[in-house]
Ligand binder design. Structure first.
Ligand code: P6P
Length: 326
């Protein structure tokens, strides 16, 4: 007997409690369809040989994998015809994508990373889709990139889909963060955890220690503390969504500090503020955690470029207070 609410039932209940959020509720339902479609593509990638590179690099200078391209095109095409968005930006697209006729009266804009963790695609390690929704600004043109120069705190919906041993959908409208798990046979997302709260304990720290020598002093001192005094174990998957999800559910610290490999003294973040940092920080705060860029709360930063990068330091309030005094 099906006891657990489906996503559809959950969203209908949300809508009856928030009648002003009809558009956002429909957006979440449509993003779930994208999650199901991408889950199917990813699960059969090996069988239809869509692993591998397409011989191109994206604006981030990263090799584009076939699945990246499929995910980006599928998401753009599907979201365009929903009519929910006046503009869309993707980690795989240099500029803002105009939603044309469909989007001219739409109230929202969306930024997404269609398939984060690309370096793990061909070796069957968890990868994810990340999305961030803002209300459309009326003080700039609907396709102006300044539509995306809004702080993370002003997001109205954010979340991710994690394609792992199961496909899970995690999102928040700003009133708690909830997890749904895809029942492949039923083709429905079922509620698996409502109102996630990140545990205070720190079983794991998660960082690419290969870059340790290139981190700022504060990050190195904090990692030393986590290992020496806090005795956390190291877990690092190398897919942001997977490392984030484990940290959200089990507790711990997840970092991608700024690095300076050239010794210029100029430390640079890797994660993209609009496509990774802001949506994940929004969820983290809903779960009682904190995410900094090394100094400031990510949610208070106003982007000044579409593909702006920032460092990422996530932990409990207590851990982040320790980090700031490291
Ligand atoms: P590194 C994947 O390409 C990604 O953007 C994130 O998903 C992941 O956390 C990070 O890069 C891994 O980077 O330098 O540790 O290999």
């Amino acid at each position: 007997m099906l006891q657990t609410p489906t996503l559809t039932q959950y969203l209908l209940r949300h809508l009856s409690a928030h009648p002003d959020q009809k558009g956002l509720t429909m957006i979440m339902s449509d993003i779930a369809v994208i999650g199901k479609a991408l889950s199917r593509e990813i699960n059969r990638a090996g069988l239809i040989n869509i692993f591998g590179l397409v011989g191109m690099t994206n604006i981030q200078g990263e090799q584009v994998h076939k699945l990246d391209q499929i995910a980006n095109q599928l998401t753009k095409d599907y979201l365009r015809q929903t009519g929910h968005f006046s503009a869309l930006s993707s980690e795989e697209e240099d500029g803002v994508v105009d939603m044309g006729e469909y989007g001219k009266d739409a109230r929202y804009v969306i930024a997404f990373d269609p398939l984060d963790g690309s370096s793990n695609i061909d070796v069957n390690v968890s990868i994810g889709t990340i999305f961030s929704v803002h209300t459309r600004r009326d003080d700039v043109e609907r396709t102006d990139e300044k539509q995306f120069f809004q702080t993370g705190r002003s997001q109205v919906l954010a979340g991710y889909i994690l394609y792992g041993s199961s496909t899970v959908l995690v999102f928040s409208f700003g009133d708690g963060v909830h997890e749904f798990t895809l029942d492949q046979g039923l083709g429905e997302f079922l509620l698996s955890t409502e109102r996630i709260q990140m545990p205070e304990k720190c079983p794991y720290y998660s960082v690419n220690e290969g870059n340790y020598d290139y981190f700022p002093q504060r990050d190195r001192a904090f990692i030393d503390y986590l290992k020496a005094e806090n005795k956390c174990d190291l877990r690092y998957i190398g897919s942001a969504v997977a490392d984030f999800h484990r940290t959200l559910k089990k507790g711990g610290v997840f970092m991608y500090p700024a690095i300076d490999k050239d010794g210029t003294g100029h430390y640079k973040g890797k994660y993209r503020l609009n496509f990774e940092n802001k949506p994940m920080a929004f969820l983290a705060e809903q779960a009682g955690a904190v995410v900094l860029d090394g100094e400031r709360n990510i949610l208070d930063i106003e982007p000044t470029a579409l593909h702006q990068r920032a460092a990422f330091v996530m932990g409990s309030k207590a851990m982040i207070n320790h980090y700031l005094t490291s």
